[in-house]
Design a protein around this ligand. Structure first.
Ligand code: ADP
Ligand code: MG
Ligand code: MG
Length: 875
């Protein structure tokens, strides 16, 4: 049988999401539930993939199925494309598997032409409506299908309004709208050199192709990368009969949530506009009304809508985000989906649903997006300081969190200045999809216009970024990069603070404080811990970081880097003296100064961890990173070593390497200077002994980790040194201390020879930053310069330094695990690269059987949740 590329809404259901996209599957499901849905059909996501495979062409088979379904829809509707009596108008809507709000395009009122608009106008007795539909259609079609920018049409509307001395679109008359349609078509012709298409079927195909194309537009690509949505999924296209919200004052359109997407509170939330269509509500054309007001305007419709909301929420067992349109008092449902929400709301809703008996704990754990937890771990304003400050204004609390930073006026400036290391807040009239990257770069977003469902609000919540919207007190002059608020002028670079939880805006800087895991957050994390099987450790070099990570639930340290400890105060002097010694005695003398200091550091870390495991890694970076650069420091070092400045400079020069990341570093340092490893072993073991004496109940078992091993003999060489020193220290102490010597696995050769290495190594820890670098042969410090071109060329979908490359690097990891366990069944294996805090990488780590992931302190809760989800999903 030929492939089925097109489905009527009545042929599908919610389980067919992969094929029909989220929007299409839910339209089908709502149809099945008997809800009032304008009927239509869905062209599948597979058709989209096929379109790209065929070189951006709709092939004959797909084309004929589309046309066949146009016929079926005409029958269902009792209307026909281009008909003289009863013309059919449709919307053409994108809809991928995962919802990507606003990322792709929709066209409304398709099917109109000069003739049809006249028929509609006469038959309906509502010429204003007919011409409003037509001018909207020309606008959307030109913009979306032909890529003539929206702004050309908007400026024509603005001109018309100015001529007539009116401010609102709804004040335009039928005649005005007719004139506008003519002007629009003229604009179209002047831009494209051809007439606006009149054949509805040709319009339809143009629109379907445009939706397919929009899957590949730049903003969709960025959105997918940020949200882990594969390019290969494709988008479906929904062709649906129009419901008209713009027929006059008994019509309207709106959006609503069954629970508050900002707080999670169980109450209907939403906004609508009378006599409006499509995205007028979210576009901020007029200020929308609150959904409760619908009760007074149309009590019957309101009642029906509330019932539908309840039906949908109970059916999907999750908070729903719905779009509806009222056409002359009759309600139509146009979309429902599990609503996007703040992290805070997500936790509350999940816990409430469990309490309401709607879902299980496991389900609650799996419905939280780990990436969103970030926001909850972000700082809020220092409560004491904020009390002493008067807000200069208050607007909508659109997305929680606190932001304090330097003002920028464009997304471009936000991006550039953030890249230059500034904390910036983006202040704009309103935002649009072009601003996404700037919004990402800013610490907060403040807009003059827009409600709770405005672009800025929705996107900021998705990003977990603080946003205050609709601050109409601001007198904005975007062009000159200045605004007035609270009697003061603000220019680029001035500092302002605002709170996305209260909507309050303050002049100047306000210090922030860290968040805590309490309430619903605590409950979800408790459930996550109950279901996960992988441990979560942290990467921490200081007792403060270690303590923070413990508060956030870390069960140990997976990576304690020792090099950072050498930079503080006068330690660096001793370290430099060591580097610049040309004799063993000289180096030992310098190391002797460092030993007690390093021992103290380790003691503090063991104390902070209270008996939980700590993996300490030996010195890793190339020595060149430690040498002095200023003349003053060089002279100081020369004096200390009784050498000439020239001698020191010669030593520094001799340390220079062309490719230091592949140079004299890691365990190679121990091979040339065993005394460094001896000192570090002694410091670790002495620290453990002294802390064990104070706290015998902690049963410390130091884990000493050798970096950059690629050959078992190399590891064995270092291990022998470590064991000699450690055993001697332990014997002298008179207490019984066990310890383990293991290795980082970060060189491809170590994966290939893991069985050999595991004969002596007692644990492995994947250093996936270096492993990724060396597997790809990309410098992790420079890859950023060309990765963008890799995304554009679709070679990569994501940064392999952020998300583990499961195909290549992952294969090496699996090989290392298999070989390592065969040689030493009890070996424990973890990961301590940046990937340890990335949810999809954590899932992969669970799958390949790691014992733990280790990540930076603030990512610990994310890793705990991701690990639980991996365990639940693999059940
Ligand atoms: P998005 O995925 O960006 O939300 P949609 O496809 O949902 O895009 O459509 C954009 C707007 O057009 C929404 O407000 C939607 O309700 C409206 N719309 C889409 N199809 C129809 C239709 N058949 N009748 C009336 N309004 C529609
Ligand atoms: Mg849209
Ligand atoms: Mg929508």
């Amino acid at each position: 049988m030929a492939n089925k590329w097109v489905y009527l809404f009545k042929e599908g259901d919610a389980t067919m999401r992969n094929l029909l996209g989220g929007k299409g599957a839910n339209l089908a499901e709502m149809t099945k539930l008997g809800l009032p849905v304008p009927q239509g059909f869905t062209v599948t996501t597979e058709a989209c993939t096929q379109y790209y495979e065929d070189g951006k062409l709709i092939n004959d088979e797909i084309m004929s199925q589309i046309m066949e379904h146009v016929g079926k829809l005409e029958e269902i509707a009792g209307k026909k494309f281009g008909d003289k009596e009863n013309p059919l108008l449709v919307s053409v809507r994108s809809g991928a598997r995962a919802s990507m709000p606003g990322m792709m395009d929709t066209i409304l009122n398709l099917g109109l032409n000069e003739e049809v608009v006249e028929i509609l106008s006469t038959k309906s007795g509502n010429p204003r409506w007919a011409w409003d539909c037509y001018r909207r259609f020309i606008q959307m079609y030109s913009d979306v299908v032909m890529e003539v920018g929206k702004k050309h049409f908007e400026s024509l509307i603005d001109k018309m309004k100015a001529q007539k001395g009116i401010t609102e679109d709804v004040e335009l008359t039928a005649d005005d709208l007719k004139k506008l349609s003519e002007q629009f078509k003229a604009e179209y012709k002047s831009k494209l050199g051809e007439d606006f298409p009149t054949d509805p079927k040709a319009q339809l195909i143009g629109a379907i192709k445009a939706v397919f194309r929009s899957w590949d537009n730049p903003r969709a690509n960025v959105y997918r990368r940020d949200n882990d949505i594969p390019y290969s999924w494709g988008t479906a296209v929904n062709v649906q009969m129009m419901a008209f919200g713009n027929m006059g004052n008994t019509s309207g359109t709106g959006v609503a949530f069954t629970r508050d997407p900002a707080t999670g509170e169980k109450k209907l939330m939403g906004e609508f506009l009378m006599n409006a269509q499509g995205e007028d509500v979210v576009a901020g054309v007029r200020t929308p009304q609150h959904i409760d007001q619908l009760k007074d305007i149309m009590p019957e419709v309101y009642k029906e809508f509330v019932e539908i909301c309840n039906t949908l929420e109970n059916h999907y067992r999750d908070m729903q985000d719905m779009e509806f349109t009222i056409e002359d008092q009759k309600l139509y449902m146009l979309q429902t989906r599990n609503g996007k929400r703040t992290a805070f709301a997500a936790l509350k809703i999940a816990c409430d649903l469990v309490a309401e008996g709607m879902i299980t704990e496991e389900k609650a754990v799996s419905m939280i997006d780990p990436r969103n937890l970030d926001t909850l771990l972000h700082p809020t304003f220092d409560a004491v300081v904020v009390k002493t400050r008067e807000p200069i204004a208050k607007a909508l609390a659109a997305s929680p969190g606190a932001a304090s930073g330097q003002i920028v006026f464009t997304a471009e400036d936000a991006k550039n200045q953030a890249a230059a290391g500034k904390r910036v807040v983006l202040v704009r009239l309103e935002t649009s999809p072009e601003d996404i990257e700037g919004m990402k770069a800013a610490v907060g977003i403040l807009t003059v216009r827009g409600g709770m469902t405005s672009h800025a609000a929705v996107v900021a919540r998705g990003m977990g970024k603080c946003c205050v919207s609709g601050c109409s007190d601001i007198v904005m002059d975007e062009e000159n990069k200045v605004f007035k608020l609270g009697g003061k002028e603000y220019h680029e670079g001035d500092i302002i603070s605002f709170d996305g939880t209260t909507g309050k805006i303050y002049d100047g800087e306000i210090p922030t404080v860290e968040a805590q895991i309490v309430g619903e957050f605590g409950k979800i994390m408790e459930w996550a811990d109950k279901y996960r099987t992988m441990k979560v450790r942290t990467n921490a070099d200081t007792p403060e970081d270690a303590r923070k990570a413990r508060e956030l639930g870390a069960e140990g340290i997976g990576l304690c880097r020792t090099e950072h400890m050498f930079f503080e105060g006068d330690r660096i002097d001793a370290f430099r003296e060591m580097i610049c010694s040309d004799t063993l005695e000289g180096r030992e003398a310098a190391l002797a100064k460092l030993l007690p200091v390093q021992q103290k550091d380790f003691e503090k870390i063991y104390e902070a961890l209270e008996g939980h495991p700590v993996t300490i890694r030996f010195l890793d970076p190339p020595l060149h990173e430690f040498v002095p650069t200023s003349e003053e420091d060089i002279e100081k070092l020369a004096k200390a070593k009784s050498k000439t400045v020239e001698d020191i400079k010669a030593i520094i020069n001799s340390l220079h390497e062309f490719n230091p990341m592949m140079g004299h570093r890691g365990c190679r340092l121990t091979v040339t200077y065993p005394e460094i490893a001896k000192m570090q072993t002694a410091a670790i073991i002495r620290a453990a002994i002294s802390v064990s004496k104070a706290h015998p109940e902690w049963k410390l078992k130091p884990e000493l980790m050798i970096p950059l091993v690629g050959e078992s003999a190399e590891f064995n060489f270092v291990k022998k040194i470590v064991v000699e020193v450690a055993d001697k220290e332990i014997a002298e102490s008179g207490i019984n201390l066990e310890y383990e010597v293991g290795t980082m696995i970060e060189i491809p050769r170590a994966c290939l020879t893991a069985d050999e290495i595991a004969k002596e190594a007692e644990f492995f820890c994947f250093g996936t930053n270096d492993l990724t670098q060396m597997t790809f042969g990309f410098s992790r410090d420079d890859a950023g310069k060309f990765l963008d071109s890799y995304y554009d060329a679709k070679i990569f979908e994501s940064d392999p330094f952020v998300k583990v490359d499961q195909v290549g690097v992952g294969k090496l990891m699996e090989m290392a695990i298999k070989l390592g366990k065969a040689a030493r069944p009890e070996i424990h294996i973890g990961i301590c690269g940046e990937h340890g805090g990335d949810p999809s990488s954590v899932e992969f780590c669970h799958k390949i059987g790691l014992d733990y992931v280790s990540c930076s302190p603030f990512r610990v809760p994310i890793a705990r949740l991701a690990a639980a989800q991996a365990a639940i999903n693999s059940k």
